[in-house]
Design a protein around this ligand. Sequence first.
Ligand code: DGJ
Length: 704
Amino acid sequence: MPSIAHDPEHRLWVLSGPGSSYVLHLDDAHRLRGLHWGPRLTLDQAVSLLNYPAPGRRSFEDPADGTLDLDTAGAMRYAHAGVQVRFPDGVRDLEPRLIDHAREDGELVLLFADRHYPLTIETHYRLRTGTDVLERHLVLRHTGGAADGPITVVRADSATWVLPRLRDYRLSQVRGQWSAETRLARTALPYGETVTTSRQGTTGHQYNPWVMIDDGHSTEEHGPVWSCALGWSGGWKLTAQRLPTERVTVSAGFGHDPITRELVPGEELVTPVCSGAYTEGGFGAASRLWHRYVRDHVLTHPDELRPVLYNSWEATGYDIDVTGQIELAEKAAALGVELFVMDDGWFGARTHDAAGLGDWAPNPERFPDGLTPLVDRVHDLGMGFGLWVEPEMVNPDSDLYRAHPDWVLHHPHRRRTEHRNQLVLNLARPDVAAWLHGRLDELVTKNAVDFLKWDMNRPFTEAGWPDAEGDPDRLWTDHVHALYTLLDRLRADHPDLRIESCSSGGGRLDLGILARTDQVWASDNTDAVDRVKIQHGFSQLYPAGVMGAWVTDSPNPYTGRSVPLDFRFHVAMTGVLGIGGDLNHWADGELARAAELVAAYKAVRHLVQLGEQYRLTGPGETTAVQYLASDGQETVVIALRHARHFGHRDPALPLRALDPAVRYRDTATGSVHHGAVLLTHGLPLDLDADDHASTLVHLVREPA
Ligand code: DGJ
């Protein structure tokens, strides 16, 4: 059970998970300090931290810089401040004082009020059972009356995490682009403020809202790691700050420069959750902690196995009709596919990407009898039916836009920049959100849709709302809240509906969207060689059970690279397997092998999707991932090797977390291995000499 201990005399709180503690201390000036974030401490032990000498006086700055958990702007603090406001009279300094605190059901709430101005700030800390992940957010409330005028919130980071003093600091994060998302970058943390941000209105392909910090010496398997992640699917900003005093903080929240948010009297601003964790056991242990947290506390259907899906996009593009889709569905079913997803091009005038977006009715020429004949056939074949939608968007060449040109984000005297020939609907408008809910609800109900692929293919531009009541900049946050409400309503009304988050691949991947969707399309890049890197970065925070991965054609339509079928499958089998190739052009031998590989995946997917993941090597010449059942009874290893050099055979692969005293049987060959030998000398690999060789080995524990 998580514990929250309080020492009133010393004004100290200790929040402890199974293996870590986070300690807060309110000093005499009512500054809330992050005193400890690391191994678990008792209250007594935490109190002893107060005996450490306070940092010495400094002439040109407050020594509290870099130590504050509630990091408000003001006085002689010149470092990044997590909370910044502007009062109507121009004052920007905050002087919060603690006026109340409460502990209940694993949550601690500290209530601060400004000494003069009508603003309160609540800091919330929640520990959930069985995890060291601490969830934090703020609530800012304008407590004044009509005469007080609005308070401008310039920055409201959900959390500022205070790192302990380390011998050095290293930052791990992912960076990317369209078709090259979530590639891991591990670099020394420079002095100053290292900012990752999205100004795009969505999570973005460029950075993902999490970081990990270590002292530069942690490895995949050893050493302490501090990490935090923001659960928000709109614009965000994360500031990792290393001061010349060697104090480091990570502060993260929604919103981005230069967007501000006005709070009117009586209004409150609730920030999204920023979660953080201290772990020992290297980056692998940190990832496994986050994977478990996502399964236990974020996802809504965590124990379900995700079906093997087929997606039509790379096969048919916009060239869609009922006959062609039924033909593909029959071929997919023969491979063992369980969910058939018809992608873009089925509705309105959407025969290319310049028309029809927003007109969510089947194209009458392509589907003269609506979607029912296809849906029925798919269901008869024993598969679920999935449909692509891009609800937040509109093509100017659409009936929707012709009827409601004012429904898009726009400024009166500015052009409406099109990207992929489309504009963004202003979901912050209640009438737009209500219309969209009606259309989607009807679509799902009428067509017995089991799965929506929810796409979002362009960032915000000219983000204006000319006839908004109040502050139009609220659209940046209200759009995301409206999206969340829409997803929540659809899922509540259609409990069997499952949803995939997609944004031109992996542009909307975060803990906020994962609370409302079941899987994420990781990248439009389906080249298995590139995918290894993208998926390695994805796995740092997010579990394999939410990572959509397809097997597509060779040569790959995007990169032109040719890769063997087994390798393509094995790469996709490290996540939620899907098939996205043009099955009409696969040879009989390929179809037969594909069916075998789908069956092999089904035999181990409970391990991949729900097990504990160990990244054994890579991503390099060889990448190997092991997934272990939570009861330790079985494990699967997928090994991928790009090229063999100098004729040397592939070295055996030491496995992790097995019982050294027991023996494990290879379900394919019947060979039996000793756990102790697998852990030390490794699993012998029998890979082809050809490039892009791969294997999957499923081991089950032999009875004693
Ligand atoms: C972008 C997605 O990432 C693709 O998978 C596909 O659905 C296209 N959009 C369709 O327009």
